[in-house]
Design a binder for this molecule. Structure first.
Ligand SMILES: *Cc1c(COP(=O)(O)O)cnc(C)c1O
Length: 362
């Protein structure tokens, strides 16, 4: 098998030293060492997420915790604000769990605006709101500050944020924003192998869990919090210790890089990609709401993305086509995790060469 440099929005490339940590020998998951491992991870994640809340891990991908969150937090009715495929997923998760919910869906390319959120919350019908911070399918980063200002006016509303493709790539101040459950996956900007999900849980979310009768079993967040909280930082069922070793180590690497440096690196790559995309194509989303971790490009030249990827593969690289119904209308280039500016220069130069863009613009 030939391995390519991944410019897809997950799984992202994993540093070899981090991968190596996955093969650390096993320990008992009820041991003191296991407790200490979770302890270390939680402390570092609280720093990275700017929160004093509880941290829980789930041996599932991010969708698992999204499912647990909407099921455990909704006592009355949830309102889902969707701007793409991952926003729509919240609504499906509610539906398939028998949770009362409504969805407000923007047209592809448009962000969730604070005034829209206000319009719904004003009705008093909802006790949960879900926001996709970074909608990977269309390359939009929602205006989370403005949205948080609105949600703050409604103290009975629990705020669930899908930060799967943004956490560790841009600053998300969980407590300042008032996010009650902030969710991320291992395989995006955190640059770990897929299979682990992470969530921060606020006091308010914990109080809500008490009011919800049927929380399920494996993804019962109240139970997960209880184990982490009261049972010496352990888990009710066997956690993926391999991921935990890798996460512990990767968080050390992230601390060493410096949070601000890491966010700046992502910002610089994003700015480079936005400029490049607008020069040769067009960024798909409404200007001003471009994602810091993935650029979704409107296929204005009607190129064959499959053919482009075949050519890129010969050069050892891979980008992503559009998501769902945008498959051929857009394509996506991620800039998160371990990727550096030099990688973005490499992939864009290769695309210019393959598509003869250099000559066209000479
Ligand atoms: C990848 C992604 C998900 C799904 O995460 P999984 O870990 O694959 O379950 C959800 N939301 C967003 C924004 C994503 O990018």
């Amino acid at each position: 098998m030939e391995f390519k440099k991944l410019f897809i929005p997950g799984p992202t490339m994993v540093h070899p030293d981090v991968l190596a940590k996955m093969s650390t020998p096993m320990i008992g998951h009820r041991s003191k060492d296991a407790s200490e491992l979770q302890h270390r991870i939680s402390d570092k994640l609280r720093d990275l997420m700017y929160t004093t809340g509880k941290i829980v891990l789930s041996t599932s991908s991010g969708t698992g915790v999204m499912e647990g969150a909407i099921r455990n937090a909704t006592a009355k009715r949830a309102i889902v604000f969707s701007i793409g495929a991952f926003g729509d997923r919240w609504h499906d998760l509610a539906k398939f769990n028998g949770i009362e919910s409504d969805i407000h869906r923007e047209e592809d390319g448009q962000p969730t605006m604070p005034e829209t959120v206000d319009k719904y919350l004003k009705t008093g019908k909802y006790d949960v709101v879900t926001i996709t911070h970074n909608e990977t399918s269309v390359g939009i980063m929602n205006p989370i500050d403005g949205i948080a200002d609105v949600i703050r006016k409604y103290p009975d509303v629990v705020f669930l944020a899908d930060c799967v493709s943004s956490l560790a790539g841009t600053k998300i101040e969980v407590d300042r924003l008032g996010i009650d459950i902030c969710i991320t996956s291992s395989q995006k900007a955190l640059a770990l192998p897929p299979g682990l999900a992470i969530a921060s849980i606020s006091k308010k979310a914990e109080e809500r869990f008490e009011k919800v009768g049927n929380r399920g079993y494996y993804l019962d967040l109240k139970n997960l919090v209880k184990y982490v909280d009261k049972k010496d930082y352990q888990y009710s069922s066997t956690p993926s210790l391999s991921h935990m070793y890798a996460l512990d180590f990767q968080l050390d690497r992230i601390v060493k890089e410096g949070f601000e440096n890491r966010f700046l690196r992502h910002l610089e790559m994003a700015e480079f990609m936005i400029e490049w995309a607008n020069k040769h194509f067009r960024v798909f989303c409404r200007p001003g709401f471009e994602s810091m971790t993935v650029t979704c490009i409107d296929n204005t030249r009607n190129i064959n993305v499959g053919d482009l990827n075949k050519e890129l593969a010969k050069r050892g690289m891979q980008i992503s086509n559009g998501y769902g119904n945008l498959k051929d209308k857009t394509f996506r280039i991620a800039h998160m995790g371990e990727l550096m500016m030099a990688d973005m220069v490499e992939v864009t130069s290769a695309i210019e060469e393959i598509l003869n863009l250099k000559e066209v613009h000479a």
